[in-house]
Design a binder for this molecule. Structure first.
Ligand code: SAH
Length: 235
């Protein structure tokens, strides 16, 4: 009898040990280093943004072959000719919209879902649109697996925004357009901020800050960047 009890106890113990192992994130240190060396060192100071960058498991948003490179200082391919942005750029764009807990944010270009997850760590709800169906569906699954229940994904051309849930406190566009789509300006709340790369595909573009105040729109160039192109349904 005591033998049986003993082996049951052992089984219980090893199950517990296995569980503990599964919950430990082998990339936690790499992520802390990423924040210190790539983001804080480049003057991102917002605590919620730094905390979010330390919290989101970036390695879960890249293809398995790239997992070990997930925390390096650059973009990575995610399939279908698209990329997950460099960590610093994600942090920079997130800080620039001055995210607050009560915010409803629109993102155009879900891609892997990483930028959406970073936003979702800080704000109340994120609405994100992806034009490539396969990427959108994979992002839905990934965000669900990681319990980002406050992210809503739509597969569509983001040019038109998401009128039925707008207006938005902030808009983040992660593909480079030739001009700022007017429907997005319309769906930005008064006092809201939009970050968008503008310029020709595969050339250096300008990351722009678009602010709406008293129904006036003001645009400011921030920094030269290179993003994948903003495509249209009929491209
Ligand atoms: N934010 C992403 C980066 C994605 S790259 C991430 O964190 O991983 C830009 C994405 O924009 C690509 O997935 C591309 O398919 C998508 N895209 C391009 N044009 C679009 C459009 N008109 N509407 C919605 N998504 C678009």
């Amino acid at each position: 009898m005591s033998k049986i009890l003993f082996s049951v106890c052992l089984a219980g113990f090893s199950l517990f040990a296995l569980n503990g192992e599964a919950q430990q994130d082998p990339f936690e240190e790499a992520r802390k280093l990423m924040v210190r060396q790539q983001i804080e060192s480049r003057d991102i100071r917002s605590k919620p943004v730094l905390d979010a960058m330390r919290a989101v498991p970036r390695h879960r948003f890249v293809p398995a072959d790239y997992r070990k490179e997930a925390y390096r200082d650059g973009p990575l391919p995610i399939g279908y000719g698209q990329t997950i942005s460099q960590p610093y750029i994600v942090a920079y764009m997130t800080e620039l919209i001055r995210p607050e807990p009560g915010f409803k944010v629109l993102e155009i270009g879900t891609g892997s879902g990483y930028q959406a997850a970073v936003l979702a760590e800080i704000v109340d709800s994120v609405y994100t649109i992806e034009i490539v169906e396969e990427l959108g569906l994979a992002a839905v699954q990934r965000l669900q697996d990681l319990s980002y229940d406050n992210v809503h994904v739509k597969i569509a051309d983001g040019y038109d925004g998401w009128e039925s849930v707008g207006p938005f406190d902030a808009i983040v566009v992660t593909a480079a357009a030739n001009f700022v789509p007017p429907p997005l300006i319309k769906q930005l709340k008064d006092g809201g901020r939009m970050i968008i790369p503008v310029g020709s595909p595969f050339q250096v573009q300008q990351l722009k800050l678009v602010e709406k105040k008293n129904q006036q729109v003001r645009t400011e160039n921030l920094l030269p960047v290179r993003f994948v192109p903003f495509t249209r349904d009929n491209d």
